[in-house]
Each structure stands twice: as structure tokens, then as C-alpha cells.
Ligand binder design. Sequence first.
Ligand code: DGJ
Length: 499
Amino acid sequence: MNPMVSQLVKTFHGGSKCCLPVVLWSLAAWVLLLQAYTSLLRLPSHVPEPYSQWKNASHMFYHDAAEQTAEELDAEMIENLDDNAQEKVEKVEKWNKLEKSEDLEETFGAVAPVEPATTAKALEESKELLAQRRLAFLFPGKTSVIDPSKVNGSEYGYFYPGRTWLDSVGKPIQAHGGGVMYVAETQTFYWYGENKNGATIHPKQGTARVDVLGISCYSSKDLWTWNYKGLALKAERRDKSSDLYFLNVVERPKVIYNDNTKQYIMWMHIDNSNYSKASVGVAVSPNPEGPFEYVGSKRPHGCDSRDMTIFKDDDGQAYLIYSSSVNTELHIGPLTEDYMDIVERGSKKALVKQRREAPAVFKHRGMYYMVTSGCTSWAPNGALVHVAESMLGQWVTLGDPCVGGEEGFGSITFFSQGTFVLPLPGLENTFIFMADRWRPTDLRDSRYVWLPLTMDGPADTASDDEFEFPPWLRVSIHWYERWKLPEGWDNLHPVLTSL
Ligand code: DGJ
């Protein structure tokens, strides 16, 4: 028998010798206990479906829900949704400033922040809209292109960083990760870069890639109208043992002219598809437009070499600069007199443990400057500028040169990665910073971000170990949605128009 019932039986049948007050107190106690028990049974065993999402999110809401009417619950849910709506709007606004976004996630596979579940369809739509607008800003569609083949007078010469840039016959320029060489005798610029005009492959493991087609060459007199000269160096379709075999990696080509041998020498990053070959390759041609003859590849100084560039100094000495030790440091070493090989001894390490890649070197008033990126595959990151008194000297990091644009945009190099700094003949303090806005979902549609790089006056960063006025200048890469070089390039600065 239930002990509670048995106690009552005993009590009422005089099985016990207790007095009346004890009996009454016991009865009262049992009544209270019974009430508590039945009220417990009235609690819902689960939270009604529309509100179940709040179960874990808000203990308070769950507790209250049990006591409220359906109308009260609706009102509270809407209130709670509004709270979250505010949170969401703030998040969207933040993402709009390029901190994190779904299209970035989609593009780069980054992990998006975990969001509280919500049924606010309208908000989802507005977020979607913002993401689309951001995407349209970063990768404008075909209606707004730079098209020198259909030039209208007032638009002539305007650079629009990020827009599809068409060549002189209206085809998108394919010269990624490239560099520009100026031939003074003919006053012609040559732009060499990776031709990525193929389907992007997304392997299960490793980075997105495009089969190697070769290195494009474009020529121009004005740096704005580019004539396609064909593939200066072609990929190899049959010979699997070739570095140029189409399933390998050929990146970041740069070309310099050797005044003694009268040859144009191309250096490039040579790799296999999983980037473990980590070598540099050389090709040579008597003509700037090629065809270049491929010479071979090697690991410079016996070290792994990935992103790289070359730099030809005023005295004719040329250097190879490459990311090494699994991208943790840069190595800088002189090239042989004919620029066809590396001097095996005498290389220097720079930016050790700083994890920098995409080096782009230039010289100004006897000082050497280098812009680098961080190492985040195709995703953008912050640029840094470094300076040294000689190529093989000590490199000092000055900081992020990017100036302007919306908050957060400059700190990821205006959503791009540097590839080359082009000195402008006739403009002493002005260079063009050339960068790639990679689009790993469709690499052939990666865009070019060309911006003015200026030497803006004394730098405010001194090295730790020297107490003296720093001999270098502040380097600034300015964001402009639209800009152009002045007529004749005879002024000190380009005409800049910020929209
Ligand atoms: C970053 C490099 O700068 C690019 O040239 C390319 O190698 C990508 N990594 C591949 O992920």
C-alpha cells in the first residue's frame, strides 16, 4: 500500500496513540504535498514547436512560456525576434565592411560565425541583398567594364580597380600574378601574367586551380590600352615530365632585359599541383613578345621557393626574391650576369618568421622598398611595406601602406594581393601598385587592382636599434574607385578622382 494512504488509515482507525493536533497537522501537510504534486503534473512536457528554438537560447523564456497564453507567447517571441533582428542587422553591417560575409564564405570556404536560429525571412533577404551588393562592388558585372576598344572620350584612361578589364579587341585581359616591363627604346610597356582562361578545378584537398595555359604577353603605350600578343610561353599538353605540363603550376612570371646578352629573361614560380616541387623556372627570348624558350627549373640555393619576383637594379645587377622555408621567410639572392641562373652563394634571409609572400620590389632615391602580402591562399590579407638600404641588407618593416577606402577594406589590401610595383617613367614619386583580386570560385574572372603608390614624405617608423632620423619615405597605396594618369605624365602626381 502507498505509505501515504497507510499512514492515513492508521491515523483514522486509531492504530496510533497520537493526539488530535498531530493528526490535523499531518493532514494539512499531506494536503499541501498533494497540491504541489498535481501542479507539477500540469507543466507541459515539452515547449510548443514554434518556441522550441528558444529552449536552449533562453532559459528565462522557456520558464515564462509555461505560464503564458499563446498570445503572450507570440508577443514575446516577436519581441525576441526583434532583439535578434537588431543583432543581425549589426552583423550584416559589419560584414558589409568586409569583416566576414556569406559570399566571402562561399568564395573562400571560410567558417562563418554561428548564428542564432531565426525565422526572420525579410532579414535573410536583406542580408542576401547586401551580400550581392558587396559581391557586385568587388566583382562588377559585364555592364561596367574597362573597354578601350569602345572608348568614349571622357572615359579614356580611367582605371577602375576591380572591374573586368578588356584588351584592345574587347577580350578580358588574362595576365594574373604578373608584372610589367618597360622598353625605353620603343616606349612600350609589356605586361606578362598567368593566362587562367580555363575552368577552375576544386580538388577535394588543396587549393583551387586552373590548368596551365601559359604566360600571356600584352603590349601598351599608355598602360591602359593593352594589345594581346599571344602566349609568350606555352604550356605543354603531352610531355608529363615537363615543368610546363598543364597539370602543374606556373605562377607569378616576371621579365627583365639583359643589356649585355640582349635577351629577355623570364623567371617564374614552378610547382606541381600540390605545391611540393616549390621551384623557380627560367625562360629566354630575344624578343619581348616571345616566344620564350623554357630553360629549366631548380630550387634556388637548395631551398623551397614559392611566390617570387625578380628585381633589376640601376647598375644592372639583378636579384631573385622568394618565399622559402614553407613561406616563413624570404630569401634574396643575386642572379648571374646573364640573369639565367642564381649565384648559389651569398643569399640573404629577410623577414624571418614573418610569413610573407607575393613580394614586389622597387627602388626610390637609393632605397629599396618591398610590398608583401600575408599567406592565406587566394583570400586577401594585409599588405606590409619593408625597406632596406641595399637588396642584401637588413629589411625593416614599415607597416601597412594602404590608405583610404571603407573601414576594413584597406587592411585586406582593398581585397587584393600585390604582384608588382611599376615605376612610372617621368613621375619621380609615383608608382603603380599592381595587385590581383583573386576569385577562387572562378579564377579566370580574377580582377586587377591597380592603384597609385606614392612616396608621401618622411616615414614615422624608426628601427628599434638606431636613434636617427629614418632615411626612408612613407609609402602609401591609395584607394580610388576611379583614377587616371595625367596627360603626358608630366606632372608629379596623377589626377585622382574619388567617387
Ligand atoms: C597565394 C599565392 O600568392 C598565389 O600566387 C597562389 O600561389 C595561391 N597562393 C595559391 O593558393
